[in-house]
Design a protein around this ligand. Structure first.
Ligand SMILES: [Zn+2]
Length: 137
Protein backbone atom coordinates (compact mmCIF):
# COMPACT_ATOMS: atom_id res chain seq x y z
CA UNK A 1 0.00 0.00 0.00
CA UNK A 2 2.88 2.32 0.76
CA UNK A 3 3.97 2.31 -2.83
CA UNK A 4 1.13 4.73 -3.53
CA UNK A 5 2.14 7.18 -0.84
CA UNK A 6 5.75 6.83 -1.95
CA UNK A 7 4.70 7.45 -5.53
CA UNK A 8 3.03 10.72 -4.57
CA UNK A 9 5.98 11.70 -2.44
CA UNK A 10 8.59 10.98 -5.11
CA UNK A 11 6.71 13.12 -7.60
CA UNK A 12 6.32 16.14 -5.36
CA UNK A 13 9.31 16.07 -3.01
CA UNK A 14 11.56 18.23 -5.17
CA UNK A 15 9.00 21.01 -5.11
CA UNK A 16 8.84 21.10 -1.31
CA UNK A 17 9.89 24.56 -0.29
CA UNK A 18 8.48 25.72 3.04
CA UNK A 19 8.53 29.36 4.01
CA UNK A 20 11.99 30.05 5.48
CA UNK A 21 10.50 31.39 8.71
CA UNK A 22 8.66 28.18 9.45
CA UNK A 23 10.35 24.77 9.35
CA UNK A 24 13.43 23.40 7.59
CA UNK A 25 12.91 21.68 4.26
CA UNK A 26 13.94 18.31 5.67
CA UNK A 27 11.22 18.52 8.29
CA UNK A 28 8.71 19.58 5.66
CA UNK A 29 9.65 16.55 3.56
CA UNK A 30 9.11 14.28 6.55
CA UNK A 31 5.70 15.80 7.18
CA UNK A 32 4.66 15.50 3.55
CA UNK A 33 5.68 11.85 3.42
CA UNK A 34 3.85 11.18 6.69
CA UNK A 35 0.71 12.91 5.43
CA UNK A 36 0.80 10.84 2.22
CA UNK A 37 1.19 7.63 4.21
CA UNK A 38 -1.61 8.51 6.61
CA UNK A 39 -3.94 9.28 3.74
CA UNK A 40 -3.25 6.04 1.91
CA UNK A 41 -3.54 4.08 5.14
CA UNK A 42 -6.86 5.67 5.98
CA UNK A 43 -8.07 5.08 2.43
CA UNK A 44 -7.14 1.42 2.67
CA UNK A 45 -8.93 1.02 6.01
CA UNK A 46 -12.27 2.53 5.09
CA UNK A 47 -12.47 3.84 1.53
CA UNK A 48 -16.23 4.36 1.82
CA UNK A 49 -15.92 6.74 4.75
CA UNK A 50 -13.19 8.83 3.26
CA UNK A 51 -15.08 10.93 0.72
CA UNK A 52 -12.43 13.35 -0.59
CA UNK A 53 -9.01 11.87 0.10
CA UNK A 54 -7.11 13.87 -2.54
CA UNK A 55 -8.53 17.18 -1.35
CA UNK A 56 -7.93 16.30 2.29
CA UNK A 57 -4.30 15.41 1.68
CA UNK A 58 -3.73 18.47 -0.45
CA UNK A 59 -5.15 20.80 2.20
CA UNK A 60 -2.80 19.23 4.69
CA UNK A 61 0.43 19.67 2.73
CA UNK A 62 -0.13 22.56 0.33
CA UNK A 63 1.63 25.00 2.66
CA UNK A 64 4.91 23.24 2.08
CA UNK A 65 4.86 24.06 -1.62
CA UNK A 66 5.26 27.33 -3.47
CA UNK A 67 2.06 28.60 -4.99
CA UNK A 68 3.38 27.96 -8.51
CA UNK A 69 3.69 24.23 -7.78
CA UNK A 70 0.38 23.69 -6.04
CA UNK A 71 -1.69 22.85 -9.10
CA UNK A 72 0.81 20.20 -10.18
CA UNK A 73 0.96 18.80 -6.65
CA UNK A 74 -2.81 18.58 -6.51
CA UNK A 75 -3.07 16.77 -9.84
CA UNK A 76 -0.34 14.35 -8.84
CA UNK A 77 -2.17 13.55 -5.61
CA UNK A 78 -5.51 13.20 -7.34
CA UNK A 79 -4.18 10.94 -10.07
CA UNK A 80 -2.31 8.64 -7.71
CA UNK A 81 -5.13 8.43 -5.19
CA UNK A 82 -7.53 7.49 -7.94
CA UNK A 83 -5.27 4.56 -8.85
CA UNK A 84 -4.86 3.62 -5.19
CA UNK A 85 -8.61 3.78 -4.65
CA UNK A 86 -9.25 1.51 -7.62
CA UNK A 87 -6.62 -0.89 -6.34
CA UNK A 88 -8.21 -0.96 -2.89
CA UNK A 89 -11.68 -1.53 -4.35
CA UNK A 90 -10.38 -4.47 -6.38
CA UNK A 91 -8.72 -5.90 -3.27
CA UNK A 92 -11.95 -5.62 -1.30
CA UNK A 93 -13.92 -7.35 -4.04
CA UNK A 94 -11.34 -10.09 -4.33
CA UNK A 95 -11.18 -10.73 -0.58
CA UNK A 96 -14.97 -10.45 -0.45
CA UNK A 97 -15.26 -13.39 -2.84
CA UNK A 98 -12.86 -15.42 -0.75
CA UNK A 99 -14.78 -14.63 2.41
CA UNK A 100 -18.21 -15.56 1.07
CA UNK A 101 -18.17 -18.92 2.80
CA UNK A 102 -21.69 -19.62 4.02
CA UNK A 103 -22.72 -20.18 7.61
CA UNK A 104 -21.22 -23.34 9.11
CA UNK A 105 -24.43 -24.53 10.71
CA UNK A 106 -26.73 -27.26 9.48
CA UNK A 107 -30.43 -26.53 9.16
CA UNK A 108 -33.15 -28.64 10.82
CA UNK A 109 -33.60 -30.42 7.50
CA UNK A 110 -29.97 -31.48 7.66
CA UNK A 111 -28.78 -29.23 4.86
CA UNK A 112 -25.92 -26.76 5.18
CA UNK A 113 -27.16 -23.31 6.02
CA UNK A 114 -26.69 -21.00 3.03
CA UNK A 115 -26.93 -17.72 4.85
CA UNK A 116 -24.14 -15.19 5.08
CA UNK A 117 -22.23 -15.21 8.34
CA UNK A 118 -22.04 -12.12 10.50
CA UNK A 119 -18.93 -10.05 9.84
CA UNK A 120 -15.92 -11.79 11.33
CA UNK A 121 -18.02 -14.78 12.43
CA UNK A 122 -18.58 -18.27 11.10
CA UNK A 123 -22.32 -18.33 11.69
CA UNK A 124 -25.29 -16.34 10.39
CA UNK A 125 -27.55 -14.35 12.74
CA UNK A 126 -29.91 -17.34 13.21
CA UNK A 127 -27.09 -19.64 14.20
CA UNK A 128 -24.83 -17.28 16.04
CA UNK A 129 -25.61 -19.01 19.36
CA UNK A 130 -23.54 -21.94 18.08
CA UNK A 131 -20.48 -19.75 18.18
CA UNK A 132 -20.77 -18.85 21.81
CA UNK A 133 -17.78 -20.09 23.71
CA UNK A 134 -18.31 -23.12 25.90
CA UNK A 135 -17.93 -22.10 29.49
CA UNK A 136 -15.75 -24.40 31.49
CA UNK A 137 -16.70 -24.55 35.14
ZN1 LIG B 1 -26.91 -20.22 9.61
Amino acid sequence: MYRFSRQIFMQVKDAIDPHPDTIPAAEARRRVLRACEDTIERLAKDPRYFPKPARTLFQEIRFYFPITEQARVYFTIEKTIKIAHQFIQDEIERSGEGASVPCRATTRKGKPCQRTPLPGKEYCPSHQHLEEPVLVA
